[in-house]
Design a protein around this ligand. Structure first.
Ligand code: PRX
Length: 586
């Protein structure tokens, strides 16, 4: 390892605050139980995450502190204090109660990055119901799978996004209410009272609702939020997180992101994904911090302007975004002042050493990589702020986390040997089950080890290095896509007989989706058909989950039992050894 592969912390520019111990020291005697007292509990077993995120702070001078700075796509800026968030989430809790939504029932947010996300997410938790979020790029099939499987009772959305819901609502018998945060675009407002599901006018209800509410005394183990995420087989699975998760979200945000009370913090992730919940809502609010919520899309200059205008101190983003910024060049960076940035972080996909080196030039700071998953609820393997960064490594396990690299028998392998990345069960934000699929949940563990599905190695200094997925899950622009979901939509297209989908390495997006397709009789491949297939997948599944590349084949490689061999397609595509082909059909 050369000296350029290791970034030591510059003691002149980074003086760690007193609570940020040296990593080795922080590990000693660490116990999650000792953090419990930093949150507010109703009694030793009961706590509510929304109370801890918001209401707790309104008992102090923090009540008038800005909790959320919202910047809309058109540049409008609004600010919400902790007291505002308390009142708005209380009002929404009262609306839910009035409509008869009960503890444990599922309330989905299908929203862009707008402030209503906070009031509705937190209000749902306050009554003990389970909140879930849907990425606003989702199409009809993606919505139907998630809302149907969880038997969602309510969806909160905008009139524009509602159009996608309208075409599937008849297939969702449990969906009783759709709350529209704005009704401006609904031509016939009288429809608001008569249709099924019943349409609710958010603004009207919120205006009428009381701002006082007594938060339900949830058990720390009660489910708080549910997030559907993709595996390599089958439909997306519903990862269930308990109120207790906030303990780890709070503490990791404090220690890893090293937020100070006066900081402005920007997490670029959408609330539709776990990062947008754990570190876009719960972690930062639990710390009483100020969050920047930026509604607009990615654009290098706009992002730089946003960092500068809001004097962002702590920035949490993702490798694809960083690579896109790199592509826009260093010249443009020089136009902006980033002197207020104290730490920058990355999550979601492997962070290449070049991206860290570029970050050093552009922002005079290294990006700190952090590794975790929807299932883990919070950051687990990280480049702790006081630790030297090994370029290309995910870092070391956070105190209180035991991580290991295991062989097939569940035994730890030696240093630098590849194996399955596993985490010892029992961290506070560990998923508690998979929604209505306890069997599948149990299969994620080998004894006390949660098998993450990632392949990794650990070096002799204890740093973990990401190698790849053990399964067929695709990470495109940091977003997790299940090949089966894409294949299922592809075969619904009238021209397609069979389809197999793989993740193909891509310099910018980490991976892109490539589909191998056989056509039905009477159809021939042509550019118009390709475009039509892409459009079809975007509409049915999601705007980000369509195949950017397609190969039309006469037949797909299958096992003798008829299963399409994605692994073989991938090996052939990448020019890798084909491995065992003894089960191949012919
Ligand atoms: O493969 C790993 C990759 O993202 C997966 C988890 O995806 P998701 O549940 O969508 O959560 C992403 C945000 C928490 C992991 O199994 N991944 C996540 N972080 C990293 C990563 N791969 C490499 N390096 C990382 N830092």
């Amino acid at each position: 390892m050369t000296s350029t592969d290791l970034i030591q912390k510059d003691k002149k520019t980074f003086v760690p605050p007193a609570y940020l111990d040296d990593y080795e020291h922080a590990l000693k005697g660490f116990d999650w139980n000792s953090i419990h007292k930093e949150l507010e509990w109703f009694d030793k077993d009961h706590m509510n995450a929304a109370h801890n995120a918001v209401d707790r702070h309104t008992k102090t001078a923090n009540r008038n502190k800005v909790a959320v700075i919202y910047e809309s796509s058109s540049g409008k800026i609004e600010k919400y204090t902790y007291l505002d968030l308390k009142h708005q989430s209380n009002k929404f809790a009262n609306v839910l109660t009035k409509l008869g939504i009960k503890k444990g029932e599922r309330v989905f947010l299908f929203l862009p990055r707008i402030p209503e996300v906070y009031a509705t997410f937190l209000g749902t938790l306050k009554i003990g119901a389970i909140a879930s979020t849907l990425f606003s790029a989702f199409g009809e099939d993606a919505l139907l799978d998630r809302l149907g499987h969880s038997k969602a009772k309510m969806v909160v959305t905008t009139p524009d996004l509602f159009k996608r819901l309208a075409s599937i609502k008849d297939k969702l018998p449990d969906l009783t209410y759709v709350v529209l945060v704005s009704t401006d675009l609904i031509p016939q407002k009288e429809g608001l009272v008569s249709s099924v599901p019943i349409l609710i006018d958010y603004k009207k209800e919120m205006l009428e609702a009381s701002k006082n509410f007594t938060v339900v005394k949830t058990h720390a183990e009660d489910p708080a939020f549910l997030l559907y995420t993709s595996g390599s087989t089958g439909k997306p699975k519903g990862v269930v997180h308990a109120h207790m998760a906030i303990l780890q979200q709070y503490y990791t945000h404090k220690m890893i992101h090293d937020v100070h009370p006066e900081d402005v913090y920007w997490c670029t992730a959408d609330h539709g994904w776990v990062t947008g919940i754990s570190y876009g809502i719960l972690g930062p609010l639990a710390n009483g911090g100020t969050i920047l919520q930026y509604e607009g899309r990615f654009d290098p200059e706009i992002w730089y302007e946003t960092l500068e205008r809001h004097e962002v101190n702590i920035w949490y983003t993702a490798p694809t975004a960083i690579r896109m910024l790199m592509k826009a060049g260093l010249e443009v960076v020089k136009k902006y002042d980033f002197s207020h940035l104290r730490h920058i972080y990355s999550v979601g996909e492997p962070l290449n050493p070049e991206a860290i080196r570029w970050g050093m030039q552009a922002f005079k700071k290294p990006f700190h990589d952090t590794w975790w998953q929807t299932e883990t609820g919070s950051m687990l393997i990280v480049n702790y702020p006081t630790m030297p960064i090994k370029l290309g490594s995910m870092g070391k396990p956070f105190p209180g986390i035991t991580a290991a690299v295991l062989d097939h028998d569940g035994k730890e392998v030696s240093a630098d040997v590849e194996g399955d990345l596993a985490i010892k069960r029992g961290w506070p934000s560990m998923m508690r089950t998979l929604w209505h699929d306890e069997e599948r949940y149990k299969k994620l563990f080998k004894g006390d080890w949660y098998i993450t599905g990632d392949r990794a190695r650990k070096d002799s200094d204890g740093y973990f290095w990401y190698i790849g997925r053990a399964d067929d899950v695709i990470k495109t622009s940091g977003e997790r896509v299940g090949p089966f979901e894409v294949e299922s939509v592809l075969v619904e297209h009238p021209a397609i007989a069979e389809a197999a989908v793989i993740g193909k390495p891509d310099e910018l997006r980490g991976e892109i989706i490539k589909a191998f397709i056989t056509l039905r009789a009477g159809f021939t491949p042509n550019p118009d058909l390709e475009e039509d297939i892409k459009k079809f997948v975007k509409q049915h599944l999601a705007a980000h989950a369509y195949p950017r590349e397609m190969a039309f084949m006469d037949k797909l490689p299958k096992t003798r039992s008829g299963k399409i061999m994605r692994r073989l397609l991938k090996a052939r595509e990448l020019g890798l050894p084909e491995g065992d082909t003894s089960t191949l059909e012919d």
